[in-house]
Design a protein around this ligand. Structure first.
Ligand code: NAI
Ligand code: MG
Length: 320
């Protein structure tokens, strides 16, 4: 029996995750799903967004299917997702961007950098510490090099000209790429944001630090039709969490208009991770067939609702 924890979260997470879960259940009837509640909604109701018990439940799963959670820009509120990523040590955030003429994977360091959680507020200034450790850099570089070795090449997104912390990151990536025999180039992150959009064919695997990867992957969504399409994996040694790149999108929540493709594709990544690439491919192909049939949610210019799109994918999966 395979155990998958399901976190719907907030906003459109509550709409797209059930769609993805139904599709996973259809291709893999042996999966046992169990719900775990975390997020802003829970915080509003109970005063706790996530606790030790929640983390223990997530740890007990073979994989986690995650929606999105709302994080208010409030100095008193700690991001739950950061908490989970750190508690389960999900150090590699893998974000494939595939579409016409685009096949790039962004590998983002997921546990430190500017999201180290080391910050404080003084009366007249607020500080956030950007931590780049040798161990953290080496392991994300190793992950990216292993991936690049099975593909084509590696680009290291950095700002080592200004940030001393990135010199260490670049050094670690250089060493790992040489060890793995992976062709490797370096690019300043600001220039990379533009060049990736103008010449996506120049890129294959891109490795970068936490916030740069966060920003670069949202920008890269432009290449393939928007945030509604991009899945991601958060991988650690013992645990793995799969979630859309997008957030809880409160502006469109509860309207049955959110695109569930990012969540469905995250489900496909989960299946691959569980060692079932055939079911993952079946899900991916079902999504592609529905898109080719012209069924689309409003963000892609269509009129299908979240649930209706999901039902169409479910039918296609059934057809095999
Ligand atoms: P967002 O990704 O939620 O939304 C950005 C824009 O893209 C919005 O206009 C939204 O309507 C649109 N969009 C996003 N997903 C879509 C989908 N599936 N279909 C159609 N349109 C879609 O980012 P935003 O607005 O910056 O953040 C909203 C909340 O989500 C915040 O509280 C933020 O902290 C949180 N967030 C959570 C993440 C997570 O749980 N992993 C990641 C990013 C943001
Ligand atoms: Mg983001």
């Amino acid at each position: 029996m395979v155990k998958v924890a399901v976190v719907e979260g907030d906003g459109i997470g509550r709409e797209v995750v059930p769609v993805a879960r139904d599709i996973l259940a259809a291709v893999r009837p042996d999966i046992e799903f169990f719900d775990v509640e975390v997020g802003y909604g829970r915080w509003e109701r109970t005063g706790s967004a996530c606790d030790e018990e929640t983390i223990a439940a997530l740890r007990s799963a073979d994989a986690i299917l995650f929606g999105a959670i709302t994080t208010p820009p409030d100095p008193g509120y700690r991001s739950v997702l950061m908490q989970i990523r750190r508690a389960l040590d999900l150090y590699a955030n893998v974000r494939p961007i595939r579409g016409e003429g685009v096949d790039v994977v962004i590998v983002r360091e997921n546990t430190e950098g500017l999201y180290s959680g080391i910050e404080w507020t003084e009366p007249d200034r607020a500080c956030t510490v950007r931590v780049v450790s040798r161990r953290g850099s080496e392991r994300i570089a190793r992950y990216a090099c292993t991936l690049a070795k099975s593909r084509r090449h590696l680009t290291v997104g950095n700002k080592a000209n200004v940030l001393k912390s990135d010199c260490l990151f670049v050094e670690a990536c250089t060493a790992e790429a040489a060890r793995a025999g992976v062709p490797c180039t370096f690019c300043y992150i600001d220039a990379l944001c533009l060049d990736l959009l103008m010449h996506p064919d120049r890129y294959d695997v891109i490795v970068t630090t936490n916030i740069f990867g966060d920003i670069l992957s949202d920008a890269a969504a432009y290449l393939v039709g928007g945030l509604g399409l991009l899945p991601s994996a958060n991988i650690g040694e013992g645990h793995a969490l799969f979630e859309p790149v997008h957030g809880s999108a409160p502006d469109i929540a509860d309207k049955n208009v959110a695109n569930p493709i990012a969540a469905i594709r995250s489900g496909a990544m989960l299946l691959s991770h569980l060692g079932d690439p055939a079911s993952a491919a079946a899900v991916e192909e079902a999504v592609d067939r529905v898109l080719r049939a012209g069924i689309r949610t409003p963000d892609l210019g269509g009129a299908a609702g979240t649930r209706e799109f999901g039902a169409a994918v479910l039918r296609e999966v059934g057809r095999g």
